[in-house]
Ligand binder design. Structure first.
Ligand SMILES: Cc1cc2nc3c(=O)[nH]c(=O)nc-3n(C[C@H](O)[C@H](O)[C@H](O)COP(=O)(O)OP(=O)(O)OC[C@H]3O[C@@H](n4cnc5c(N)ncnc54)[C@H](O)[C@@H]3O)c2cc1C
Length: 511
């Protein structure tokens, strides 16, 4: 069977299928897996508290969060439940509504009714362990939060994971168990005969199959149309996030922190964002929510950056703006109904849509997998797990995290462990080489970066980019001028300096 799309959704489904059969192929149009929303999100394993009651999104988010520890087990990827603090302040209530209340009534609303309401709402959705916090508890846990905090709610279920490392790990685990993952392979058509899927057409040829899972992210509506199994439209919504130097902000918030706003106060269709640590310790602020025309639009304007600073200035008044090291944006894949579309097509037998997977798609992934497997078992995927399924995808050692003894041992085995390529993140040449020759091979600078963190520190690649490029060229047996940032059309070098100068001189002589 064929899965279209190598994001978290497609790779998680592929990995689960290999528990039952090795007969699965993932087709990804980009040069690596995790090149869509799965590389550019806030890495939060939400609990479901921010979702609308009764939606499929909320149901799968609550279930997905519950399953997460098991989901990542054996994959060699870190997962940590840092929790979320929802902060209630006078700005949680619209000014007009607050004016209608006496001081006493407003205090009662902010200190008691709102936090208790949040807890009751979450409990109704099946979220466990929510707890009301007093003002002093909020400030004790998060001393950098606004002194205007009146109360809060602690949600212990919120977790952090590195979304692209998890996607890569899922893809590698699938490969360990017999799946095949083809990158640089765009699906351009689905062959359907007599109402049944017969094959998948790609830029590199056709694959015969009776089963297709459409996990194509923002392009899922177009892939569904190829099969005649559409009926929904994805309207891309961009989200930009600021990323901070972990040396400065690693302790700035301990949990994720968000400001509560009464319904109707938030930007439509956004959970409102917040201040969130990453699993590596960098703080993030964001994201924005901007409707865009172009599904590839991951631009970030100066206005968006300023908007993020302004939005969170109230929540974290003393925030060290100068510690920002990077900004990134990703494109969400909402449908017009704003809910996940996970269905076996009733028009095309053998075609399953897993679409509209906007936030909280990362958090919901384990439950999305469960739901899709339900359809696939009905369609003939064996129900009994294979005895030879291997759940372990060994963790890749990170030089920065090893003890001195472990470093010594590795350097004795292979001196490239002692050659530090990235000084900010302390990445060794051996890690870069391993990434290039891994099960889902890193063939460009961004792919190496996602696997090793090379270039993700304060200097953002200023020191290491050319070193990594040289290693890529050597290991792939190509001239360094052919090394790309992220696959075709993203060349980073124009040529050898002397050649360019000589060419320039030649042109000058001719003129
Ligand atoms: C700014 C932002 C913040 C977010 N924060 C969170 C968060 O904190 N927590 C959370 O749970 N969720 C979050 N999300 C949502 C989450 O990132 C997505 O739900 C999830 O990554 C979707 O994964 P996916 O695999 O469905 O899609 P994608 O990761 O987009 O993967 C789809 C893949 O299909 C490929 N593809 C498309 N068309 C074709 C074709 N024709 N042929 C072959 N391949 C094709 C694409 O190249 C892409 O790699 C956030 C999203 C954004 C944008």
């Amino acid at each position: 069977m064929v899965i279209v799309g190598g994001g978290i959704t497609g790779c998680a489904i592929a990995r689960e299928i290999t528990r039952y059969t090795p007969d699965v192929v993932v087709l990804e149009k980009e040069s690596d897996v995790a090149c869509g929303a799965s590389k550019a999100n806030n890495a939060e394993v939400h609990s479901g508290i921010g979702e609308d009651a009764g939606t499929l999104k909320q149901k799968l988010n609550v279930r997905g969060n519950y399953l997460y520890d098991e989901f990542v087990r054996g994959l060699g990827v870190d997962f940590k439940r840092q929790g979320l603090i929802i902060v209630v302040t006078p700005r949680s209530v619209p000014e007009e509504a607050a004016r209608q209340l006496s001081d006493e009534e407003l205090r009662e609303l902010l200190e008691r009714k709102i936090p208790e309401g949040i807890v009751a709402y979450g409990e109704k959705a099946g979220i466990k362990g929510l707890r009301v916090l007093s003002r002093s508890e909020v400030l004790q846990r998060e001393p950098n939060v606004t002194p205007e905090a009146v109360a809060g709610v602690f949600d212990p279920n919120y977790g952090l994971v590195c979304p692209y490392k998890l996607t890569i790990a899922l893809a590698e685990s699938a490969v360990i168990n017999g799946a095949r993952v083809f990158t640089n392979t765009e699906v351009t058509g689905i062959r359907v005969e007599d109402g049944r899927v017969r094959g998948v057409v790609t830029g590199r040829g056709e694959i015969s199959t009776g089963l297709v899972v459409n996990a194509a992210g923002v392009f899922a509506d177009e892939v569904a149309e190829m099969a005649g199994a559409g009926g929904f439209r994805i309207h891309p919504r961009k989200g930009a996030t600021l990323l901070f130097d972990r040396e400065v902000t690693s302790e700035y918030v301990r949990s994720s922190v968000a400001l509560f706003r009464m319904p109707g106060m938030k930007k439509e269709h956004s959970k409102g964002g917040g201040a969130m640590p990453t699993i590596e310790g960098n703080l993030q602020l964001g994201p924005t929510a901007v409707e865009v025309e172009d599904k590839y639009d991951t631009s970030i304007s100066a206005e968006e950056i300023e908007e993020i600073f302004e939005r969170f200035h109230y929540l974290l008044p003393e925030f060290p703006r100068e510690a920002v090291i990077s900004a990134f944006s990703g494109v969400r894949a909402p449908t017009l109904e704003e809910d996940f579309v996970i269905e076996a097509s009733d028009r095309v037998h053998g075609f399953i849509n897993v679409a509209g997977i906007q936030s909280p798609g990362l958090a919901s992934a384990p439950a999305i997998v469960e739901m899709v497997m339900g359809f696939l078992h009905e369609m003939g995927i064996p129900r009994n797990p294979r005895p030879d399924f291997d759940p372990v995808r060994p963790a890749v050692p990170r030089f920065a995290e090893l003890s001195d003894d472990e470093r010594d041992r590795l350097i004795r085995e292979d001196p490239r462990w002692g050659h530090i390529v990235c000084r900010c993140e302390y990445v060794s040449e051996a890690e870069v080489v391993r990434a290039i020759h891994s099960l889902i091979p890193a063939r460009d600078l961004d792919a190496v970066k996602r696997r090793t963190r090379v270039g993700m520190g304060r200097c953002q690649g200023g020191f290491c980019t050319h070193r990594v490029a040289a290693i890529l060229a050597r290991e792939l047996g190509i001239p360094v001028t052919e090394v790309t940032k992220s696959g075709e059309g993203s060349a980073v070098f124009m040529g050898e300096t002397k050649d360019i100068l000589a060419r320039g001189r030649g042109e000058a002589d001719r003129s």
